[in-house]
Design a protein around this ligand. Structure first.
Ligand code: NDP
Ligand SMILES: N[C@@H](CCC(=O)N[C@@H](CSC=O)C(=O)NCC(=O)O)C(=O)O
Ligand code: ZN
Ligand code: ZN
Length: 384
């Protein structure tokens, strides 16, 4: 029996308040309104940004909310005026939408889209209301995606159809971590990606950092030096193509990580990437850049109230500080080609999955993520 136009009752992991475990609840998901799409979520990854918002440190975090932004599924129904996807399409949800009409979308300098950013940040759909209720109370949406629900509703500009040949328990990861790191190296850095032969340092070898390494390898980087406080990340980093590994905690007394990197690269790195969210690491990453042209790209999300600092002289002498969301990737236009890179063997995705959980085990997925041996945990939303 078709569910089109009807409210769907399903399970979701609800964050009732900051700092508390998610609660598996029965919720109601209203049908999509005009220019909205209802998706049955099959798989979702759990990203550090979900944990960050759940912790209460996100200035935009509000509760109760359905978190999750790394999801893949199948379109169940569409609202009036939706032409970009249809019922039955395999899709990835996009927390960075692409309307193709706003000044950001029309610019080739950014992937940020302004069309629904204000309502997305307030946890509501573009018309200012929620499609989720639980026990008679409305629940907020998260990052325009809310993939911790078996069914979710997103704006039509926040979803992209991909080939049904790609397994959804892998493509969900292209909804955030992998795309972010890979895009940062191949799109955001420099003028459209790292140039061949460039020396690169990647701070933090989690899902995002390992994906930066993949992008650096793809663009023919020279040295790819990984900096991580966790020695077990060396094996991971080398498996993805790193040429060197440095644990900053193990440097001789009096030697800073930036001094070490400058020495290893004859004057500094051409590109450095912060994939930790630690503002002190961000400073080191900037100061490890080569005088005159070195560029440092901030990817990590720092907690509310944290600020970056360095001597302005670092910038006066030609180092550049920049950053990106979702790797600079315009999701509706560019994600299908990343999926092709995966299905045709040019992009590692399977290798990132170290843990799996069912929806009922989603709190364990958050615990798994905090352990040093987890790169990504994929949650099967349809299994109890
Ligand atoms: N801008 C964007 O669009 C996006 C940003 N993010 C953000 O990117 C960041 C990275 O995400 P993810 O890869 O999943 O995170 P992980 O925690 O998996 O990886 C971070 C790695 O950095 C290591 N680390 C921690 N402190 C330091 C330090 N001082 N110096 C060097 N290494 C350190 C960690 O070690 P240990 O394991 O011991 O803690 C870990 O190995 C997060 O802040 C996340 O919120 C994520 C997706 C998109
Ligand atoms: N809400 C936070 C900022 C969180 C943030 O920076 N999110 C990234 C994506 S992180 C994904 O895992 C992002 O897309 N930023 C751009 C944006 O427009 O939100 C805060 O208010 O500090
Ligand atoms: Zn994320
Ligand atoms: Zn736009």
């Amino acid at each position: 029996m078709s569910t089109e136009g009807k409210t769907i009752t399903c399970k979701a992991a609800v964050a009732w308040e900051a700092g508390k475990d998610l609660s598996i609840e029965t919720i109601e998901v209203a049908p999509p309104k005009a220019h909205e799409v209802r998706i049955e979520i099959y798989y979702t990854g759990v990203c550090h940004t979900d944990a960050y918002t759940l912790s209460g440190k996100d200035p935009e975090g509000a509760f109760p909310i359905v978190l999750g932004h790394e999801g893949a599924g199948i379109v169940e129904s569409v609202g009036e005026g939706v032409t970009s996807v249809k019922v039955g399409d395999h899709v990835v949800a996009l927390y960075t939408p692409e309307c193709r009409e706003c000044k950001f979308c029309k610019s080739n300098k950014t992937n940020l889209c302004g069309k629904i950013r204000a309502t997305q940040g307030r946890g509501v759909m573009p018309d200012g209301t929620s499609r989720f209720t639980c026990k008679g109370k409305p629940l907020l949406h998260f990052m325009g995606t809310s993939t911790f629900s078996q069914f979710t509703v997103v704006a039509d500009i926040s979803v992209v159809a991909i080939t049904p040949d790609a397994p959804m328990d892998r493509t969900c990861l292209l909804g955030c971590g992998i795309t972010t790191g890979y895009g940062a190296a191949t799109i955001t850095a420099g003028r459209g990606g790292i140039e061949e032969g460039s020396n690169v340092a990647v701070f933090g070898a989690g899902c995002v950092g390992l994906s930066v390494i993949q992008g650096a390898v793809r663009n023919g980087a020279g040295k790819i030096i990984v900096v991580d406080v966790n020695d077990s990340k060396e094996e991971w980093a080398r498996k993805f193509g790193a040429t060197d590994f440095v644990n900053p905690m193990k440097l001789p007394a009096g030697t800073s990580i930036q001094e070490k990197l400058v020495e290893m690269t004859d004057g500094g790195c051409d590109y450095t990437f912060d994939c930790t969210g630690n503002v002190h690491v961000m400073r080191s990453a900037l100061e490890a850049c080569h005088k005159g042209w070195g560029e440092s790209i901030i990817i990590g999300v720092a907690a509310a109230g944290q600020e970056i600092s360095t001597r302005p002289f670092q910038l006066v002498t030609g180092r550049v500080w920049k950053g990106c969301a979702f790797g600079g990737v315009k999701g509706r236009t560019q994600l299908p080609s990343l999926v092709a890179d995966y299905t045709e063997g040019r992009l590692k995705v399977d290798e990132f999955i170290t843990h799996r959980q069912n929806l009922a085990g989603i709190n364990q997925a958050f615990q798994d993520m905090k352990a040093g041996d987890c790169i990504r945990c994929v949650v099967d939303m349809r299994a109890d």
